[in-house]
Design a protein around this ligand. Structure first.
Ligand SMILES: NC(=O)c1ccc[n+]([C@@H]2O[C@H](COP(=O)([O-])OP(=O)(O)OC[C@H]3O[C@@H](n4cnc5c(N)ncnc54)[C@H](O)[C@@H]3O)[C@@H](O)[C@H]2O)c1
Ligand SMILES: O=C(O)[C@H](O)[C@@H](O)[C@H](O)[C@H](O)COP(=O)(O)O
Length: 298
């Protein structure tokens, strides 16, 4: 099986190596020459332009797009509609918004091309080996690309989820859950840090990862992070987000499905990006106005 891979960043390059480990033929392209050079250094065949990549692939082509979600993905998918042919199969493996994927599926359908929205999980190590994939698209055509997922996923770690849109929808909800789980772990360690006891964070996380109810990969990763920086003193507690948590909350609001934990986790992320808040100033001012309570001044 031959795959044309577009995007050789943190995920794409690992995916390319994962595919090659399973005797799949990878031909790849990235806008950045440095990314192409890095890929060539680990034995990935690269093309200098998107058009050259498309020309080099056997038809019906199988093309995996792994570039940043949003504008870069939209632009790449638009180019593929111009450069690829009827019958080609196009995978968007990035974290795209499912509504965008529904629109992309329609646009590819109009060109008799097959679009798959694939939520990819497991971070960079999952891309490199034993990944996790949530796959939306045409079921009959999926059968033609299933061997790819059998090869690169953890056994049991891929699922055909239904028509186009359903893969990225499921990944959106997965990431909403991820927000809540990580926030709870973070809060727990915050309480420990402010406790009267001197806990060893790495030892606690490693112990919790062995048999406790809250064991799991996030706990393992917490132990790894604490092993490098026992109190995470080198980090600022700023938590960025790239959209999936917000989309999950918006979806909950649209459905009238309460998502208080995920919403609180999302708001905590937004709050962490601000050094001082108008909310805090207003509440401080009001407490001072009605009760004479002390205020901290700039
Ligand atoms: N990093 C993760 O843990 C992770 C996990 C799952 C899914 N994702 C998703 O995978 C996608 C890629 O993420 P990443 O972490 O590899 O990003 P990245 O920024 O590390 O890499 C993106 C690569 O795409 C290239 N690129 C950008 N625009 C391009 C274009 N128009 N044509 C060709 N190449 C282009 C960039 O030069 C870069 O090398 C994103 O949609 C992301 O949301 C990331
Ligand atoms: O399942 C995964 O492998 C991760 O969820 C992955 O997709 C990525 O690390 C998120 O995009 C981060 O999302 P935020 O930037 O929203 O935290």
């Amino acid at each position: 099986m031959e795959i044309g891979l577009i995007g050789l960043g943190k995920m794409g390059l690992n995916l390319a190596q994962n595919m090659q480990d399973h005797d799949l033929t990878v031909k790849a392209f990235d806008l950045m020459p440095e990314a192409r050079t890095r890929a060539a250094e680990v034995g990935v065949t690269t093309a200098d332009t998107l058009a050259a990549l498309i020309d080099s692939l056997q038809t019906p082509r199988l093309i995996w797009v792994m570039v940043p979600a949003g504008k870069p993905t939209k632009a790449t998918l638009q180019s593929l509609r111009e450069l690829a042919s009827a019958g080609d199969r196009i995978i968007d493996g990035g974290n795209s918004y499912y509504q965008d994927s529904l629109a992309e599926a329609k646009a590819f359908d109009a060109k008799q091309m097959h679009f798959f929205d694939v939520g990819s999980s497991g971070g960079m190590s999952g891309a490199r080996a034993n990944g996790n994939f949530m796959i939306g698209g045409d079921k009959a055509v999926f059968a033609t690309i299933e061997p790819l997922f059998e090869a690169i996923a953890q056994p049991g770690g891929y699922l055909y989820t239904g028509p186009a849109g359903s893969g990225h929808y499921l990944k959106m909800v997965h990431n909403g859950i991820e927000y809540g789980m990580m926030a709870a772990i973070g809060e727990g360690f915050d309480v420990l840090a402010n406790s009267p006891f001197d806990y060893d964070n790495e030892a606690v996380a490693a112990m919790w990862d062995h048999g406790s109810v809250i064991r799991g990969w996030l706990m393992e990763l917490a132990a790894d992070a604490f092993s490098k920086d026992p109190k995470l003193e080198q980090l600022k507690g700023v938590m960025h987000s790239s959209g999936e948590g917000a989309w999950t909350v918006e979806e909950g609001i649209r459905q009238h499905t309460p998502t208080p934990v995920i919403t609180a986790a999302l708001m905590a992320r937004y709050n962490s990006e601000r050094t001082d808040t108008m909310t805090g100033k207003v509440v401080a001012a009001l407490r001072n106005e009605f009760g004479g309570h002390p205020i901290d001044k700039n």
